[in-house]
Design a protein around this ligand. Structure first.
Ligand SMILES: C[S@@+](CC[C@H](N)C(=O)[O-])C[C@H]1O[C@@H](n2cnc3c(N)ncnc32)[C@H](O)[C@@H]1O
Length: 390
């Protein structure tokens, strides 16, 4: 095990006692309910009770709804979630090849949606970034799966400036998302004395923002010998350069376009050149996760670490609430290469992370905090930091 027992125990204790507040836990529960209600509304809107009067697989549905073929993945996950959590459909067969049959028409969710939204807003207005993001998914569902299949990809890659605010709120303002960056920062602080960091998929800056404010508060900015901020969107890179370059002028910054699906060396990241490869909710974007990890392994100096603050699938086949919207992106739902170690698209389960790190040649992999240990306190827990050590 690479991460010291002390770091693991301290980090788990901090998550339990400080980060995962009663508000965070309650908001997570409510967002799960909110997602179920919006999916119930979609089930009604799409007339799925009729379509599923006889059992059907998810692959049979897109043609009947006039959706693009890969919408089967979106529908598969939505129906499994409705089956398991609401009882709307009966799910039979292996998780990824199941058939679905209508059981009970969900009630009109309008009134309860308003109640849950109010309850979330009462915890804190910022939490409504999550409900707004889910609402956007419900409103764009047919458009994204039928009329304009590239629509959600344009939003997620920053190509549609009209939605920059929605995306910024969904990744940074929403406290349930923001905590990923706080977790990553804490682990990096506990892991390295000094070193250079390459951040991948830095996007709207959640990772860097947390890390630098933590280090500044502790007067430890000199831990960072160099920080190379990268993303596939130059719009994001330049916005972060503007923000962080000004705020932390003493840091040795690098700003780069970087595509994590391409070789590191080709993109001028030499072998053995950094101590940490850091990513906040971006590593799961990799199409071929093992090839990406091999690239990280090559870029790291001996003993270096990848540190990925990630949403995980605690249950291998679960659909995350925000995937009501993310599953409308062709890239999110269908680009990642499927394999035994990655049966679902994008987010991985802890056991998948252990396997892919091993396949990429890392000497150890740690998933923090102690998820099982925390499950009694926070049953809907979904956030982890994965540390792979060269
Ligand atoms: C969920 S966002 C996370 C952004 C940021 N780390 C945060 O937490 O606020 C995923 C990021 O990955 C970037 N991305 C998508 N595809 C990529 C690729 N092929 N290579 C590098 N970055 C990519 C997106 O532009 C986006 O900024």
């Amino acid at each position: 095990m690479s991460v010291s027992e002390k770091l693991r125990a301290d980090f788990t204790g901090w998550c339990r006692d400080t980060l995962f507040t009663a508000d965070v836990r309650e908001a997570t529960r409510l967002i799960n309910r909110y997602c179920d209600l919006q999916l119930s509304g979609l089930y009604r809107d799409l007339g799925l009770s009729k379509l599923l009067a006889t059992p059907k697989t998810a692959e049979q549905l897109p043609a009947e709804l006039g959706f693009v073929d890969s919408a089967s993945i979106t529908l598969r996950d939505a129906l499994r979630r409705l089956g398991e959590r609401v009882g709307t459909v009966k799910v039979e067969g292996p998780p990824l090849q199941a058939s679905y049959q209508h059981v009970t028409e969900p009630e009109d969710p309008t009134a309860e949606l308003a109640e849950v939204r109010d309850a979330i807003a009462a915890i804190g207005e910022d939490y409504t970034a999550a409900t707004d993001f889910i609402d956007f998914g419900r409103d764009s569902f047919v458009k994204s799966l039928k009329d304009d299949p590239d629509y959600m990809d344009k939003l997620l890659s920053g190509r549609m400036s009209d939605f920059a605010e929605l995306w910024h709120r969904a990744t940074n303002v929403d406290p349930l998302q923001d905590l990923h960056g706080a977790m990553g920062a804490r682990v990096i602080d506990g892991l390295i004395e000094k070193g250079s960091i390459l951040e991948i998929g830095g996007g709207t800056g959640n990772g860097a923002r947390h890390l630098f404010s933590l280090l500044e508060a502790e007067d430890k900015l000199d831990k960072i010998e160099q920080y190379i901020f990268t993303d596939i969107s130059m719009r994001f890179v330049l916005a972060s350069k503007h923000e962080f370059g000004k705020k932390y002028p003493g840091v040795n910054w690098g700003w780069k376009f970087f595509d994590l699906n391409k070789a590191f060396v080709e993109q001028k990241i030499p072998d053995a050149s950094v101590d940490v490869v850091y990513a906040v909710n971006a590593a799961h974007v990799a199409k071929d996760i093992v090839a990406f990890l091999k690239g990280c392994h090559g870029a790291l100096r001996p003993g270096g670490h990848v540190v990925f603050a990630e949403r995980i699938r605690v249950n291998q086949y679960e659909m995350a609430p925000r995937e009501l919207t993310l599953n409308l992106s062709i890239y999110h739902r269908s680009a990642p290469m499927k394999a035994d170690y990655r049966p679902m698209h994008c987010y991985l389960a802890p056991e998948n992370w252990h396997e892919v790190m091993r396949l990429a040649g890392f000497s150890s992999c740690d998933v923090l905090p102690d998820i099982e240990g925390l499950s009694g306190d926070f049953p809907d827990q979904y956030a982890a930091v994965i540390v792979g050590t060269k």
